[in-house]
Design a binder for this molecule. Structure first.
Ligand code: NAP
Length: 343
C-alpha cells in the first residue's frame, strides 16, 4: 500500500507531425490512480526507450492504440507492485511490461504481452528491458526463428549498434555464421561493433559506399539480412542477396516512424528472381515463448558470447528529452532511464 500522494506525469501535449520533440510533452502532477477489479498499481523504476514509441504517437498508432493528447506517454518499463487486485501479482513483486511516463501506473495482466514477474538474479534489474527484454528477445527470435541462420551463412544486420542489432550479431555468430557484418552510422560506432559487439566487419552507411562495401565483403551474396532500417538500404541489400536468401523485416528506422504508411522497396522483383524469403517479426507473436528466449540469452551471456551495453540515464525529468535521441544518433546499446529505486 502506498502512502504517496503525488503522481508525476509526462503527458502528450501535441501530436508531432515530424520528428518528436521534448516540447511535445507537458509535465503535470496528478493523484495516485485507484484500482478496478483485476488491476495492479505499479510504482515505476525504469523506462525503456524504443523507436516504436514514435509509432504510438501517430494518429493511427500502428499496432497499438494511438496515445491521445492529454494521456501519459506509454513506455515499456520495470516497476514494483504497490497495490494489487490480481492475486498473481503480489505487493512488492518487480514486474516488466507496458507502463507510462508517471510515478504510479495502473497495469493489467491481460494485455498483448504478459506482465512479467521478474526473478531475483545476479545481473542488473534494468537488463530485463535490454538483453532479457524486447531488444534481446527480438534479436534472438529474429536470428534463430526468423532468419534461421545456419553454419556458413553470410549475415548482414542494419542499425547494428542499436539495442537489438548489438545483440543480433553475436547471436548469429553463435549460430555458426561464417561472417557477420554490421551497418552503422560513423567510424566510432563501427569500431565499437568490431571491438565490443563481436562483429567481423562493418559498413559505415554515412561515409562508405554501401554497394561497393557489400560487393567486397559478400562476393557470393548475403544469405541472411536482418533489416532494422528499410528504405534505400533495404533496396540496396535486395540487390546483394544470394539466391534463396532470407530477409527479416524488423524495423524501418529510415522512415523516422512519422507515418505508418511507407513506400515499399523498388527492387522487390529480386524477391521473385532470386527466390528470396522475406519475413516479418513482431514479439507479440512470441508471447508464449519468451521464457525459452530468456533462458537461451542467459546461457549466451553466461558463456561470454553476448556483450551487453546499456546507456543508463537517471531522473524522471529527462523522460521527454531522451526520446528523440533514438532517431538522432544515440550511443550504442540499450537506452534506459531510471526514475526511482526498488524498495
Ligand atoms: N519488430 C519488433 O518486434 C521489434 C522489436 C524491437 C525493435 N524493433 C526495431 O528495431 C529497430 C532498432 O531498434 P533498437 O531498439 O534496436 O535500436 P535503438 O537502440 O533504439 O537505436 C536506434 C538505431 O537506429 C539507427 N538509426 C537511426 N536512424 C537511422 C537511419 N535513418 N538509418 C539507419 N539507421 C538509423 C541508430 O544507429 P546509427 O547511429 O547507426 O544511425 C541506432 O542504432 C527499430 O526499427 C525498431 O522499430 C522491432
Amino acid at each position: 500500500m502506498t502512502t504517496a500522494t503525488t503522481n508525476r506525469q509526462w503527458l502528450l501535449a501535441r501530436r508531432p507531425s515530424e520528428a518528436v520533440k521534448p516540447s511535445d510533452f507537458e509535465y503535470q502532477e496528478g493523484p495516485i490512480p485507484t484500482l478496478a477489479d483485476g488491476e495492479i498499481l505499479v510504482r515505476t523504476i525504469y523506462f525503456s526507450y524504443d523507436a516504436s514509441q514514435r509509432i504510438w504517437l501517430t494518429e493511427d498508432g500502428g499496432y497499438m492504440q494511438p496515445i491521445q493528447i492529454g494521456e501519459a506517454m506509454r513506455t515499456v518499463g520495470i516497476g514494483q507492485v504497490v497495490q494489487s487486485l490480481n492475486p498473481e501479482y503480489p505487493i512488492d513483486s518487480l514486474v516488466e511490461g507496458f507502463m507510462a511516463w508517471q510515478d504510479y501506473v495502473v497495469v493489467r495482466a491481460d494485455g498483448p504481452m504478459p506482465l512479467r514477474i521478474l526473478p531475483v538474479a545476479d545481473y542488473p534489474l534494468s537488463w530485463h528491458l535490454g538483453v532479457f527484454g524486447v531488444a534481446g528477445l527480438t534479436a534472438y527470435f529474429g536470428v534463430t526463428d526468423g532468419l534461421k541462420v545456419k553454419p556458413g551463412d553470410t549475415v548482414v544486420i542494419s542499425a547494428a549498434s542499436g539495442a537489438t542489432g548489438s545483440l543480433a550479431g553475436s547471436i548469429a555468430r553463435a549460430m555458426g555464421a561464417k561472417i557477420v557484418i554490421g551497418i552503422a552510422g560513423g567510424a566510432d560506432k563501427c569500431q565499437w561493433l568490431e571491438e565490443k559487439a563481436g562483429y567481423d566487419a562493418t559498413i559505415d552507411y554515412k561515409n562508405d559506399n554501401l554497394t561497393e562495401r557489400l560487393s567486397t565483403l559478400c562476393p557470393e551474396g548475403v544469405d541472411a539480412y536482418f533489416d532494422n532500417v528499410g528504405g534505400d538500404m533495404l533496396d540496396t541489400l535486395l540487390l546483394h542477396m544470394a539466391p534463396q536468401g532470407r530477409v527479416l523485416i524488423c524495423g524501418a528506422m529510415s522512415s523516422g516512424y512519422t507515418d505508418v504508411q511507407l513506400q515499399g522497396p523498388k527492387n522487390y522483383m529480386r524477391i521473385c528472381t532470386h527466390m528470396l524469403t522475406v519475413q516479418g517479426i513482431h514479439l507479440f507473436y512470441y508471447h508464449d515463448r519468451l521464457q525459452e528466449g530468456i533462458e537461451e540469452l542467459a546461457r549466451l551471456v553466461k558463456e561470454n558470447k553476448l556483450y551487453v551495453e546499456e546507456n543508463l540515464y537517471e531522473g524522471f525529468e529527462k523522460a521527454p528529452e531522451l526520446l528523440p535521441t533514438i532517431f538522432s544518433g544515440k550511443a550504442p546499446g540499450k537506452l534506459v532511464l531510471k526514475v526511482s529505486d526498488p524498495s
